[in-house]
Design a binder for this molecule. Structure first.
Ligand code: SF4
Ligand code: SF4
Length: 385
């Protein structure tokens, strides 16, 4: 039983039940954001019902490549992850912090922030729950709280959907962040396409999730439903072949800032920043002031920035990281090594977006593996224990 006394048992709903779930979230005053197909990709946007979902579509992803394709089972969540993550709704790409108007001899500061709408995210993958937990730690957990993120996060209801069909770029099993969601959601769904039936096993993860399920047309989950859901997760894990090395990775990266591999990857990297834009855990921003042409107003905005940008490391007198290799080294060592020291976790959840959306197909997992291998070879050659 949950704290509110509601039973925390799983239920099964069909497509009509999923439609009712979306309608119930909207009836509770929430904007429902979910996956939709647009311009050749599955992106995240407002949805009104299951007709908006990418039925019968899947994604084929490789290093530097993302394509949609048909599937023949009518799955509503039969894809892995698209270029966008939920970060864009919580830690927005551009955020106005305040506006100021000159009125006579006075300056009037306008409080920027409206109360954010209550929002439900439908279709959050397990790796994305892990990414949201990381951003919670970074943006809410320290001495300096990102108040805009905090306001949005407090208004968010999370409906996870366990992965059944990972992309070739996925490696959440390396980080133990998927393919099945274990915490951090209000409701978790597993899409079941068995014996001609199309249903969803729905597990509550919070009191509000349990309350929502109690309101919907469902049937109790049977042992066969649980077995089918377990088979979905097992199949997804078995189909994930990419691996991020873990043993010794942090220490190896931190011990070799001058390793020749950095020059190797620096020769291939375009410093385009795609990887940081699509990454669900990257959080760096910059502050800009914009003045109106009439001189009567201005606004201060915060926007996403990237450690690959030329002026990102600018301090008095110049930029610290002038070469692409040092920017890639900063990104990879921060994400996979220093993040452990700062936040007690890796900065990577294995979603694979940076691999698919890198225009030259640089693969962070392959780079990490190559780095560990070559460092080990060097140490062996020098007889370092
Ligand atoms: S580093 Fe790449 S694989 Fe890891 S979380 Fe970021 S985008 Fe996903
Ligand atoms: S690793 Fe790829 S996506 Fe990232 S900055 Fe370099 S070229 Fe762009």
């Amino acid at each position: 039983m949950s704290a509110s006394g509601l039973p925390k048992t799983a239920a099964v709903l069909g497509p009509d039940g999923l439609q009712a779930l979306i309608a119930a979230l909207a009836a509770r005053g929430m904007e429902v954001i979910g996956p939709v197909e647009r311009d050749g990709a599955i992106v995240l946007d407002r949805i009104a019902g299951i007709a908006d979902l990418p039925a019968g579509r899947t994604d084929r992803q490789e290093a530097g490549s993302y394509r949609l394709a048909d599937r023949d089972d009518g799955a509503l969540f039969g894809y892995a992850v698209g270029p966008q993550s939920w970060k864009r709704f919580l830690h927005r790409p551009v955020e106005t912090l305040f506006r100021v108007r000159r009125i006579g001899q006075e300056l009037a500061f306008e409080p920027p922030r409206e109360t954010p709408p209550r929002t439900a995210f439908l279709g959050v993958r397990a790796c994305e729950l892990a990414a949201i937990a990381i951003q919670d730690r970074v943006l809410l957990g320290g001495a300096y709280v990102n108040t805009e993120y905090a306001a949005r996060r407090a208004q968010t209801f999370l409906v996870a959907v366990n992965c059944g069909d990972p992309a070739a770029t996925c490696f959440c099993t390396s980080h133990d962040t998927g393919p099945r969601a274990h915490s951090g959601y209000d409701v978790a769904l597993t899409e079941l396409l068995v014996d001609g039936r199309h249903e969803f096993l729905a597990e509550p993860g919070s009191d509000s999730g349990a309350a929502l399920l109690a309101y919907l047309p469902t049937r109790p989950a049977t042992a066969a439903d649980w077995a089918a859901a377990a088979a979905v997760a097992a199949r997804a894990a078995a189909n994930m072949h990419r691996r991020m090395p873990s043993e010794g990775l942090k220490e190896t990266l931190q011990a070799h800032p001058e390793h020749p591999r950095w020059e190797d990857v620096g020769q291939r990297c375009l410093a385009c920043a795609n990887c940081t834009m699509v990454c669900p855990t990257c959080f760096c921003t910059t502050i800009e002031d914009h003045s109106e042409l009439d001189g009567l107003g201005a606004e201060r905005v915060r926007r996403w920035d990237s450690c690959f940008a030329g002026d990102f490391s600018y301090v008095h007198g110049g930029a610290v990281r002038t070469q692409t290799r040092s920017r890639y080294r900063q990104w990879m060592t921060h994400k996979l090594a220093h993040w452990w020291d700062q936040y007690g976790t890796s900065g990577c959840v294995g979603c694979g977006r940076c691999i698919a959306w890198c225009p030259v197909g640089i693969d962070i997992a392959a780079e990490a593996a190559a780095f560990v291998e070559s460092s080990k070879r060097e140490e062996d050659a020098h007889g370092i224990a």
